[in-house]
Design a protein around this ligand. Structure first.
Ligand SMILES: [Zn+2]
Length: 313
């Protein structure tokens, strides 16, 4: 499928449990366009240097602000002088998520989530450790806007906003081939992380459900994701993902009969021991589900001695 589209996949290793990210490169009349860039580290730089020898890069397209997609964009822009495209909302998130005011608030946010001090310290350090992997920030000249089209390889793609995994995340749809570059909106093997990170939209899971429905309507045949291999039948995978979250919400409501902090809820939802980086995602994912229930009026949340307690009556 990728050959037919004139797109090459660049699979970059990641030092996480999710051990790779797919970036893409495609030739255009004036040079090459790149979709997502990887983390800014030595391996990424080496891999792109090798791939781009003798090639003129005109455009760097960043689907969302997460470090494995956005991180190397600034450095690559310095090297190539390419113009950078991003969704506006995620440009805003990218410029604050690893900066002091936000990092300072993290500690108090974690405290209200009932997270023990030493774990909260480790989580905060883990977050600030990403600064080096996402800087220098790119200078973004072009915004990826809903309904606009962008040429990538042999075909043009409609830009579709699919918030949830991040507030601004976009996917790219080509109707002729009925193919979606799904970025992190739909993945084949794992469910995309849906987290509240103490900034941005207060109900990412609700947004995500909406975005899944939006893509389901297209009845997409081929999905090219940012993690894992291309696969067929988007709607089938969307149903599985919806089911996963609905089941999680049901078990969550059962758990909350006793009244739980975010941290206690997380330990029940994710009973296996998690590495620090994974704990951050687990906390975010737990809050996204708790807040979805609270905003739907299905549970309450009360601040008791400085810690939020979620409760189903
Ligand atoms: Zn992501």
């Amino acid at each position: 499928m990728l050959d037919k589209l004139g797109i090459k996949r660049i699979r970059l290793d990641l030092p996480f449990r999710l051990n790779h990210v797919n970036c893409f490169i495609a030739e255009d009349t004036n040079g090459y366009k790149i979709l997502d860039t990887g983390l800014h580290n030595q391996e990424t730089e080496k891999r792109w240097d090798k791939e781009l020898t003798g090639k003129q890069v005109t455009d760097i397209i960043v689907s969302h602000y997460h470090p494995d997609h956005f991180g190397y964009a600034g450095k690559l822009q310095e090297k190539t002088n390419a113009q950078v495209w991003m969704p506006e909302m995620d440009l805003y998130a990218a410029l604050q998520a690893w900066e002091q005011p936000f990092l300072e608030n993290l500690r108090s946010n974690y405290a209200r989530a009932g997270i023990p001090n030493e774990i909260s310290t480790a989580l905060t350090e883990n977050t600030s450790g990403f600064a080096a992997l996402v800087t220098p920030y790119p200078k973004v000249q072009r915004l990826l806007k809903e309904g606009d089209t962008i040429q990538f390889g042999k075909y043009a793609y409609e830009i579709i906003q699919t918030p949830g995994h991040s507030d601004g995340l976009v996917t790219f749809y080509n109707e002729e081939n009925n193919v979606l570059l799904s970025t992190d909106h739909i993945l084949p093997k794992i469910t995309p992380n849906i987290s509240y990170w103490f900034h941005g939209d207060p109900n990412p899971l609700e947004n995500y459900f909406h975005s899944l429905k939006k893509i389901k309507k297209l009845d997409v045949e081929w999905v090219i994701p940012s993690h894992g291999d291309p696969f067929q039948n988007a709607s089938k995978r969307i149903s599985e993902i919806e089911e996963h979250h609905k089941e999680r919400l049901i078990s969550l409501k059962e758990m909350l009969r006793t009244g739980l902090t975010v941290y206690e809820t997380m330990e029940k939802l994710f009973p296996k021991k998690l590495a620090v980086h994974d704990t951050r995602f687990a906390v975010g994912e737990t809050i996204a589900h708790l807040e979805y229930l609270r905003l739907a009026g299905e549970c309450t949340c009360e601040l008791v001695d400085g810690v939020y307690i979620y409760h189903v009556n």
